[in-house]
Ligand binder design. Structure first.
Ligand code: KG4
Ligand code: ZN
Length: 317
């Protein structure tokens, strides 16, 4: 079974080819460089750049395998959520290919795709407990099959990645801030500043706006007093508070849902501390299938959409 999958929901245009569960190609055109000067993704620019890139991405994704477009059995694409202009371009490409080769079209959910990112190269078992951490989401999902996703807790205000990016901007680190704070945190003392652990309650929901305000106030106060801002200590203290809550909520969810697989998904799954927490929890609770995604599967990519499509087709047969 051969699947061609398209992911275009934000500032990456990516196409992946999967054959019988194996990823044969995963070509990603990233636009981060073009958005840096604007301090974030500019939706219209993202859509325009997708138009410029889609043709070479399709060509390279197919040519790096021995598969011809006519041999594809299913065409999958990210239907939602995402930037509307970016999504439309992915949909148009998917529809055109599917009509041309007369094969079924599969509109899929971006976050469900992310969840399969770490499962691409691994055997796993349901139920899967997935921590989703990205620029737009902080949520915990229990996945009982490729057609059964339950969100047990979600973002109430700023998502974790958004919070990293906003704090980084105030620290003068530029966009995207997440990786920069993560790197700086290595050199800092995470007990230097006593920050509130966000939404430290019994629910599985997440709220990062209080932590964001607390850290931004600390930076402004230091600047006002003319004191030097110890950016490494700030980064380390922020990272500690931002990720500690993930550990707490996941630990509770593991006890309640007894997952057979534990995973993490989304852009912030590249974070050093988040990865450490997942692997440590997996060991502590003896969850043999504990996986963090390869770096190329942390950011948006077609392979995760191809894998989701494959698992859905398998579970429907
Ligand atoms: O999933 P993603 O690529 O896009 C969305 O769908 O939102 O996630 C992007 C987010 C950005 O906020 C970026 O700063 C964050 O992931 N990020 C990180 C790290 N790498 C990327 N945040 C913290 N630590 C990292 N190492
Ligand atoms: Zn994403």
């Amino acid at each position: 079974m051969k699947i061609l999958a398209i992911e275009s929901s934000c500032d990456e245009f990516s196409i992946s080819i999967l054959e019988d569960g194996k990823i044969l190609s995963n070509v990603i055109s990233s636009q981060i460089e073009q958005h840096v000067d604007f301090g974030g993704v500019v939706p219209e620019l993202a859509a325009r750049l997708h138009l410029e890139n889609l043709s070479w991405v399709i060509k390279v994704a197919l040519e790096s395998t021995s598969i011809k477009i006519e041999e594809i059995d299913y065409v999958a694409y990210t239907e939602k959520p995402g930037l509307i202009g970016s999504l439309i371009i992915g949909k148009l490409v998917a529809e055109t290919i599917s009509q041309y080769i007369q094969k079924p079209l599969m509109p899929l959910h971006h976050i469900e795709g992310h969840i399969y990112g770490a499962l691409i190269d691994n055997e796993f078992a349901y139920p899967v407990l997935a921590m989703v951490v990205s620029g737009g989401h902080t949520q915990i999902e229990v996945v009982r099959s490729a057609n059964d996703f339950e969100v047990i807790g979600s973002t109430l205000d700023d998502a974790i990645g958004e919070c990293y990016d906003k704090v980084a901007r105030v620290m003068g680190l530029g966009y995207p801030g997440g990786p920069k704070i993560d790197k700086l945190a290595k050199e800092g003392n995470h007990f230097a500043f006593n920050l509130p652990i966000p939404k430290n309650d019994e629910s599985y929901d997440f709220s990062y706006s209080g932590l964001k305000t607390a850290i931004i106030n600390i930076i402004h106060n230091l600047k006002q007093k003319g004191e030097q801002v110890p950016i490494a200590d700030i980064a380390a203290s922020f990272q500690y508070a931002a990720t500690k809550i993930i550990e707490k909520k996941l630990e509770k969810a593991i006890k309640q849902y007894n997952p057979r697989t534990l995973t993490v998904a989304g852009g912030v799954s590249a974070n050093r501390e988040v990865r450490r927490i997942i692997l440590e929890l997996g060991e502590k609770f003896n969850i043999d299938n504990t996986f963090v995604p390869k770096m190329e599967y942390c950011t948006d990519n077609g392979a995760m959409i191809a894998k989701l499509a494959y698992e859905k087709i398998k579970s429907n047969n």
